[in-house]
Design a binder for this molecule. Sequence first.
Ligand SMILES: [Zn+2]
Length: 588
Amino acid sequence: MMGLPVWNLDQLYRLGSPELAAALEDLKDKTLKFTAWRERLETGPPPPAAFRQLVTELADLNHLAHRLSGFASLAFAQDTQDQKAQSFMARMNEEMADLGNDLLFFEIWWKELDEAQAAPLAADLPDFGYWLKRTRAFRPHTLPEAEEKIVNLKNTTGGDALVALYDSLTNRYRFRPPGGETEVGRDELMVLVRDADPEIRAGAYRELYRVYGADGPILGQMYQTSVRDWRVENIRLRRYASPIEARHKANDLPEAAVAALLKTIRERAGLFGDFFRLKAGMLGLKKFRRYDLYAPLAEDPRVVDFKTGLGQVLAAFEDFSPRLKNLAAKVAGAGRFHARPGPGKQGGAFCYSMLPGDTPWVLMTYNGRRQDLFTLAHELGHAVHAQLAGHHNIFHFHATLPLAETASTFAEMLLVERLRRQASSELEKARLLFHLLEDAYATIGRQAYFALFEIKAHELTEKGATVDELAEAYMENLGEQFGGAVEVGPEFRWEWVSIPHFFHTPFYVYAYSFGQLLVYSLWRRYEEEGAAFAPRLVELLSRGGSEAPEKILADSGLGPLDEKFWQSGFEVIEGFLAELKSCTTGLR
Ligand SMILES: [Zn+2]
């Protein structure tokens, strides 16, 4: 495809240039200078003016570090086979690990400082207030330094080693695809769950869980050990009230907001069941099986050239707010956008919001399919978010996890809305709604039920449940989730041992449901308020990560995160489903 843009990394550095070497030297000098604070802090808290100086130096240092490590990632992403890029990336990884260790003393000191001494210092630096407060928020759950060191040391051969073993074991799994002769890896096998042939879809799942199931008892035992390790550390030692509370703290979300989210999704799970029934009808299936969840509809064969595609995405932004459109357009025009395919180019897509006040970098591979338009909208949404928050310092600039996907997902909604209006046939409209609802299920329904299973698994393990009992609990979880709309094969009892998130980052998955349903709830407000809503969203986005998510929403007039809020997100899904029903009636 002609005319695809490529970014210009020379705007940052050139690999092997004297400027790059000088910047690395500068980073070393700045680090050395900063570590001199260590001794000064040991003699007691500095006066406010000196503390301001310290924080400014630290922010500067972070700025430069982000620029250098960001350049390394971008150079590597554009050509992962480039040996110079590879070696610079490896070097920066080491430098960043060293830097982290060198700077750690400040965080420890700040966290341990008495409240009476910390308060006046923080009050003098309102611009850095949230970051300073966040760092200290973990104080009640921090152990004395010697104990923290023991926990760290023992983790490397304990909990972390267990997760590494899980990875080593499962990464070696090979699968025989249905009808195939040669064995393949998991990713390759999973492509087949989207196959048009129902037998191939079923065969792929059966093979997946045949292999995981063969090791099911031992993987389950590993999971239970990691659950116990989580409990020992977070409840016994760090005094969190529940296993999930440690995750809420990291996300800076109140327990009640997440509880309301999960309760609402549970109550409305039937809506996804209705969607699956509709899908069964569209596919002409009498029985809808779990194997058919990702069965494809006839794809749209059209290819949209880049100029037209970008034009459509920008117009979708403009429908909402010309300011958003201008910020999105800036990325494409600033030599910061890489859309051309290349042999060593990294797969997937990302928006790298490297520095406050600087135009973000976006990478994707544009092939002109419908999915590419959504990726384009998504990544440009991230880029808009970062630019709106560009006036914050480096510690407040990036949105925190629960709000990180707000602009990107909202941008996709804007694109759906525009394409739906322009759709020339019922089939085209159905395809869009279908894409949307499938995404809503995978992100909201599925991930929330994963989190519900984790909560249950932690409870059961605490009570001494066996691996088989956890497998039973998982089947009950699926039963509730699908509510009779989907027939689940017995081998799915081993699905939970195949989810790496459960082992790597307990309770992480609810953030996906949170982010996506949040956007649907915001969309409902947009439907109700029309143009008056745009400034609220702009306000929300421009806060970046400078406050707790719930506070940012409240300040923008968009909270509170209660059941009513989450229900309003489901009203949007309900509307889409009704529309899909009406436009498929004629198609069947
Ligand atoms: Zn994203």
